[in-house]
Design a protein around this ligand. Structure first.
Ligand SMILES: Cc1cc2nc3c(=O)[nH]c(=O)nc-3n(C[C@H](O)[C@H](O)[C@H](O)COP(=O)(O)OP(=O)(O)OC[C@H]3O[C@@H](n4cnc5c(N)ncnc54)[C@H](O)[C@@H]3O)c2cc1C
Length: 485
């Protein structure tokens, strides 16, 4: 069986390995000269910047890929658990060290709001139930038939999946700061906590179950380890080549076209790219049903991301590995991003400082960072060549005033990415950071199916298909593939 996987994000690499383990003859084709997709690495002047994922959860899903070939993951990658998972900081300077230490968690919750300690315990217990169903049971189930969804609906309704994550958390927790911290998880997979189905409350428990890990040398080292494994297992990797169209024989995949030139025949083609773009641009001559066209059209896309990578000649010892800094207003800011599609100066941001754990990420005596600001996706028509620099200055000012004093004078290296990068370089619809939003109406059967709903031999893994974005999500999508191909 000849199978081609297109795209080398975590989902694509996992799919290539899983198919290889089943005996397929596998080729992996990637547009860029390096692997990883959103998890690529930018190396500049001794600084190592992981472009995207930094919070590694459910590490067993990564380890499994090595174990498929009886290889010991420790010979390829080194994951280490973090003690403090996120430090949350509010406008009034309140700090909260969020971790897996339940005694410390409850102590801090008690200081903020005594009455919420009990509610927190109940919330965690409830998210365990969601996790058992939504992750352990359903994350790798192929939702390509309506009856599979129908079977699950009663259980999902019992778990209150019609509620948003924020509203679920608020039914247990009264304090606004705690509500924000305990409901922020959808933002990690591209959703608005005020509209994301409470199924995603499972991430709160998933973190507790296996902890939060860091990959020594950066997340890029995981990609490197997996690339080594693919080479050892004779997966042919073709880099720097873009698939520009799909050729069908009637309704079945026949081949794909590389850079508008060479044609490669395949029995199966697995796309790790954004499904919407594949259907619109690569299969553009294929007539599709009215229902499918409606499904494509009604999809809401995740927010865009402005990511500013910078190195400093000063070491900011007090800054944790992962910091989430909330702005003054929260819901209003999220409404502007997701609904009104406009920029707002009252930003919240996530600051990554890998050098807090791993000095190898920067030259001696230096610190390495990225700051991620959620912004509207490109449906906003924001001109990033004008707004990019302005937003960079705003973020620097905000960080100087709180976490990183004298930052401007200490920056020695910098660059940033906007939704334009995600749209043009990573081929995503509207430059979204995480493909389609994790709403109930876009989850499971309602998402783009892992086995294409419109032609044979075409499959999807990655953020735009079931179960969704985030490293555990896209690795699970490859497990779905395992069951259907
Ligand atoms: C800044 C940022 C921070 C994040 N932080 C975290 C985190 O801390 N933890 C976490 O779990 N998740 C995080 N995420 C989410 C997570 O990184 C993604 O959901 C996941 O990595 C996406 O993987 P994927 O398999 O969907 O493929 P992608 O990474 O989207 O890769 C798709 C690949 O397909 C290639 N491609 C597209 N079209 C073609 C074509 N026509 N021909 C050839 N190649 C093509 C692209 O070049 C790309 O390499 C973050 C994401 C971002 C952007």
């Amino acid at each position: 069986m000849n199978s081609i996987v297109i795209g080398s994000g975590f989902g694509g690499i996992a799919a290539a390995l899983r198919l290889k383990a089943k005996g397929h003859n596998v080729k992996l084709i990637e547009k860029h000269p390096d692997l990883g997709g959103r998890a690529r690495v930018f190396k500049k002047n001794g600084f190592i910047y992981d472009a995207g994922p930094t919070v590694i959860t459910a590490p067993y899903l990564i380890n499994e890929l090595f174990e498929l070939f009886n290889k010991d993951p420790k010979n390829y990658i080194e994951l280490t658990p973090l003690k403090i998972w996120y430090q949350f900081i509010f406008e009034d300077k309140t700090k909260f060290n969020y971790s897996g230490d339940e005694i410390e968690m409850k102590d801090q919750i008690e200081k903020l709001s005594k009455e919420d300690v009990n509610g927190y315990e109940k919330l965690v217990n409830f998210t365990k139930k969601i996790f058992d169903k939504g992750f352990l049971e359903l994350a790798d189930v192929p939702f390509d038939k309506p009856f599979v969804m129908m079977q699950q609906l009663p259980a999902l309704l019992k778990l209150k999946s019609y509620k948003s994550v924020y509203s679920l958390v608020s039914s247990y927790i009264k304090n606004e700061k705690l509500r924000r911290m305990l409901s922020m998880h959808p933002l990690l997979v591209g959703g608005n906590p005020f509209t994301t189905t409470s199924i995603y409350g499972l991430i709160l428990y998933l973190e507790k179950k296996w902890g939060i890990h860091y990959s020594i040398g950066g997340t890029g080292e995981i990609i490197k380890g997996l690339e080594k494994l693919m080479i050892e297992e004779n997966i042919k990797i073709i880099k720097g080549s873009e698939i520009t169209s799909i050729n069908l024989n009637q309704n079945t995949i026949k081949s794909v076209q590389l850079n508008n030139q060479n044609e490669i025949n395949a029995d199966n083609v697995v796309f790790n790219a954004d499904p919407h773009v594949v259907y619109e641009k690569l299969l553009k001559n294929k007539k599709t049903s009215t229902i499918f066209n409606w499904k494509k059209k009604r999809m809401d896309y995740s927010m865009g991301l402005f990511v500013y990578y910078f190195g400093t000649k000063k070491i900011y010892e007090d800054v944790e590995h992962h910091t989430i800094r909330f702005g003054h207003k929260y819901k209003e800011h999220l409404d502007d991003i997701f609904e009104n599609k406009k920029l707002n100066e009252d930003i919240s941001y996530y600051l990554h400082r890998p050098t807090a754990t791993d000095k190898s990420m920067a030259p001696d005596g230096h610190d390495c960072f990225y700051v991620l600001v959620p912004v509207p996706n490109n449906q906003s028509n924001i001109n990033w060549s004008v707004e990019g620099d302005k937003l960079k200055e705003l973020v620097i000012k905000k960080m100087e005033n709180s976490l990183l004093p004298n930052l401007k004078d200490n920056i020695v290296e910098e660059f940033y990415l906007t939704p334009d990068y995600f749209e043009k370089e990573l081929n995503t619809k509207h430059g979204s950071g995480f493909s389609i939003q994790p709403k109930f109406s876009q989850s499971a059967y309602f998402r783009f199916h892992n086995k294409s709903e419109i032609c044979d031999g075409l499959y999807f893994v990655g953020a735009g298909t079931h179960p969704g974005a985030g490293v555990p999500g896209v690795l699970s999508s490859a497990k779905v593939l395992d069951k259907i191909l």
